[in-house]
Design a binder for this molecule. Structure first.
Ligand code: BES
Ligand code: ZN
Length: 433
């Protein structure tokens, strides 16, 4: 009842900036309003629409029922549903107007870093991606409010930190005010440090039961985090020195309304950080369709998507297609809304998607216990970081590598090492000449 009164007060005085402590503003597809109303009604609350702009509506919604809404949206709406949680009414209203600001100069997407890309691609290792997904899915859940969700952040920070002893590379936790923190790895740019390239995925997982749930989230999104982890490992193993700053991010709390990425995007906007591109890897290891990589057309930048198709054709050697989520389905939307060119390369087309996500069955078994599909996204991620981050890859990608997680790679590694040695020798000769 207290909540009802608070809600009524909130709606009556629409000008105050923050929702009551136990209520948040959400933006949600207008077609999903009946679902939101049903969830609230089941708990004795009545919702009033605060604002609407065609396909998107804004509501004040009780925190306690957000989980339930997330589940119902997934179950009842063919496209998984989707809503975004906002801290203030102003911010929620801003989400109504989703058209991307296009007042920035068009970036130069010319591919001119083939040597650097080819120097790191052979080091990408599907067995390591598989191993990381295995470790993440073994955690009981990575829910944003649970102790295991918080532990996942610390575990990932330590793993990323182990990839280099370089003092200029940092790995930090971004505190959002709930248990789980986002993890941010930064490789500072040498000549254009104020231009930032972001590669991200979400660390949290969700299933019915919240903090008590078993939510392995192997595909959603341990696969994306493991893919990014392998990209980070090879970039640092090859002593990559980008011209632009490259940041690799594991966002907290995506499953409850893109909250982690939104917090970071908003903080960056306030600090006037110039993010020149954001790549979202959310679900990379379930090959549901004949074509490999599906670029989501909505809440993304058409120009950056075209750049990605060039990267796929040039470096990944995979097939691709275009599809749409139909709503703000992942963290790329947080960047998109902040005016940043964003992309979301996805593992399948929407209609062939992995139906086990958000349940205890989202395990590696759904992907045949291998990471062959995710490896294509790792190749794309590494190419994106280098071709947009520019700069050079210096040392050998295998020099810094920890012992391999699988056997049977010894010959391959020897060959890669020899290849790198030849490259270095050639470069030294060129420099002398
Ligand atoms: N990885 C999913 C999004 C997804 C699922 C994309 C299936 C394409 C196919 C993501 O983690 C998710 O579940 N998002 C929520 C929306 C979010 C705003 C709470 C969803 O889809 O309901
Ligand atoms: Zn996801």
């Amino acid at each position: 009842m207290r909540r009802l009164l608070l809600l009524a007060a909130t709606l009556a005085g629409c000008s105050q900036p923050a929702a009551p402590a136990d209520t948040h503003y959400i933006s949600i597809g207008t077609d999903a309003l009946p679902t939101a109303r049903a969830v609230a009604a089941a708990h004795g609350a009545q919702l009033a629409r605060v604002d609407t702009d065609g396909p998107v509506s804004v509501l004040a919604f009780p925190d306690d029922e957000l989980d339930e809404l997330a589940h119902l949206m997934h179950e009842q709406h063919d496209r998984c549903g989707g809503f975004i949680v906002h801290d203030s009414l102003d911010e929620a209203r801003a989400a109504l107007h989703v058209a991307q600001r296009d007042d920035r100069p068009q970036l130069d997407y010319t591919l001119d870093r083939a040597a650097a890309v080819h120097a790191v691609l052979p080091a990408l290792d599907a067995a390591r991606i598989l191993g990381t997904i295995g470790e993440l899915q073994a955690m009981k859940n990575r829910y944003y409010q649970s102790e295991s969700g918080a532990a996942a952040s610390r575990w990932l920070r330590d793993k990323w930190r182990s990839f280099t002893t370089r003092a200029d590379v940092t790995v930090e936790l971004f505190d959002h005010g709930y248990a789980q923190k986002s993890v941010i790895l930064t490789i500072p740019g040498t000549t254009r440090p104020n231009e930032v390239v972001v590669l991200g995925g979400h660390l949290d997982s969700i299933a019915r039961g919240g903090t008590a749930s078993t939510a392995p989230g192997a595909d959603d999104d341990a696969s994306g985090i493991a893919t990014l982890t392998e990209v980070a490992r090879v970039l640092l193993a090859s002593d990559y020195r980008p011209a632009r700053t490259v940041q690799i991010m594991a966002y907290a709390a995506e499953e409850v309304g893109l909250r982690g990425s939104q917090g970071i995007a908003r903080a960056y906007q306030q600090r006037k950080v110039n993010v020149v591109g954001a790549l979202q890897l959310d679900m990379t290891n379930y090959q549901g369709s004949a074509k490999d990589i599906w670029l989501m057309k909505d809440f993304t930048s058409a120009a950056q998507n075209t750049f990605l198709t060039a990267l796929i054709d040039t470096y990944v050697g995979a097939t691709w297609g275009l599809d749409a989520c139909g709503y703000a389905c992942s963290d790329h939307a947080s960047w998109y809304r902040a005016g940043v060119p964003a992309s979301m390369p996805f593992e399948a087309r929407m209609r062939d998607r992995n139906m086990a996500i958000h349940t205890g069955k989202d395990t590696l078994e759904m992907s045949g216990n291998n990471a062959a599909h995710a490896l294509k996204f790792a190749r794309l991620g590494a190419a994106y970081a280098i071709e947009l981050g520019k700069g050079e890859a210096g040392g050998t990608a295998t020099a810094m590598a920890a012992p391999a997680t699988s056997s049977g790679h010894a010959w391959w590694k020897l060959l890669a090492g020899l290849g790198a040695a030849v490259l270095i020798a050639r470069r030294a000769t060129r420099r002398r000449g």
